[in-house]
Design a protein around this ligand. Structure first.
Ligand code: F6R
Length: 341
């Protein structure tokens, strides 16, 4: 049941604090599996992260975190698996909410046949993808009914950040605060609704981010395309001047995602867009970008920034879809689980 919420998507966004908390405690109770996964990742020459759609964005975020630590990580869109040849010295991290996505299954089979070690992160116990893996890890978001991934994405981010903290040898207990950070962001629902409703009247939008913000810009744009049917594109903010800015004219909406790093560079990108009279928005953590409209979130520990930003990008998409009269739970042309290639 929707428990009083207008749609499952909205209910599931609001379930994110609980989903994230259950995910972390589940991983702590499965700590032997987590340790096995970490051993495999640390001992391999390359780490190949494969996933599709929203799960790919979670995988990209994890890849950036590890790349910054000097790991050799290659994020691969599952349906593009043929561009990489793996071997016994590689480890594979497959990320899939459903645990059944065809493209991920096909890629896994190929990589497994090459002798690579497989770790999976799925939201369904003993999912098809989990059964193909040497180590099975789980998010514990609970069933997700809305076609758009919301609480499962936030849970993937939590699980991957947990792994990353252990790999770094850091204390992971800061993640216990993720649920409070999400709850505080959910207090900005009214502000997110206003931005979503403004975007719903547009026909194009850019989502820009730098560094760790980029996967969240990509996720924000995907959500908008998926349920609002508005053409939204994500770019690395610095790339926007290498072509995409040509489209920008008066009132073209540009949404900046700002996790609180590389803020000076992002502020320069805002100025470039303002100079073209774009309508600028920002979802910012701890430091403002001074856009036309900005939601400023605060976190004590910037490692928790993803949990501040994610509910907002999801709510913006949700309210823009509702404003257009679309059913966000059942977007046209899409299925919850894509079991065909
Ligand atoms: C976006 C969305 C899809 C899925 C993709 C992968 O909201 O739901 O992009 O993320 O189809 O699905 P899983 O994670 O089940 O492999």
């Amino acid at each position: 049941s929707k428990e009083g919420y207008a749609h499952y998507m909205l209910k599931e966004i609001h379930e994110s604090p609980r989903a994230v908390d259950d995910t972390i405690s589940g991983l702590i109770s499965d700590i032997e599996d987590v340790k096995n996964a970490i051993k495999i990742l640390e001992e391999s020459k390359r780490i190949i992260v494969i996933a599709a759609g929203t799960s790919y964005h979670a995988g990209l975020y994890f890849s950036l975190l590890l790349q910054r630590e000097g790991f050799n990580v290659i994020p691969v869109i599952a349906s593009e698996y043929y561009n990489i040849k793996t071997n016994q010295e590689d480890s594979i991290l497959a990320i899939s909410q459903s645990g059944e996505t065809y493209d991920v299954m096909i890629a896994l089979k190929e990589f497994k046949a090459n002798g690579s070690k497989i770790i999976s992160l799925t939201n369904v116990i003993d999912s098809a993808i989990a059964r193909q893996s040497d180590v099975k890890l789980y998010t514990r978001a609970g069933p997700e009914i809305g076609v758009a991934a919301t609480k499962t994405f936030t849970s993937q981010i939590a699980a991957l950040q947990f792994l990353y903290s252990l790999i770094k040898g850091d204390d992971y207990t800061y993640l216990n605060k993720a649920k409070d950070v999400i709850r505080r962001s959910l207090d900005f629902e009214g502000e997110a609704k206003l931005i979503g409703e403004e975007l719903s009247a547009k026909s194009n939008a850019y989502y820009l981010g730098r560094g760790l913000s980029l996967p969240f810009a990509m996720e924000g744009a995907l959500k908008i395309k998926e349920i609002t049917y508005l053409h939204a594109e994500a770019y690395a903010a610095g790339e926007s001047k290498h072509g995409p800015i040509a489209l920008v004219e008066k009132d073209f909406p540009v949404v900046f995602i700002n996790l609180g790093e590389l803020v000076g560079e992002l502020q320069n990108n805002v100025q470039e867009m303002k100079a073209r009279k774009a309508k600028t928005y920002a979802i910012s953590v701890n430091e403002k970008l001074n856009t036309d409209k900005e939601i400023l979130l605060t976190v004590e520990d910037e490692r928790l920034s993803p949990f501040a930003v994610t509910p907002i990008i999801q709510l913006i998409a949700y309210y823009s879809a509702v404003k257009r009269g679309n059913d966000p739970d059942k977007p046209r042309n899409l299925a919850k689980t894509v079991t065909v290639g």
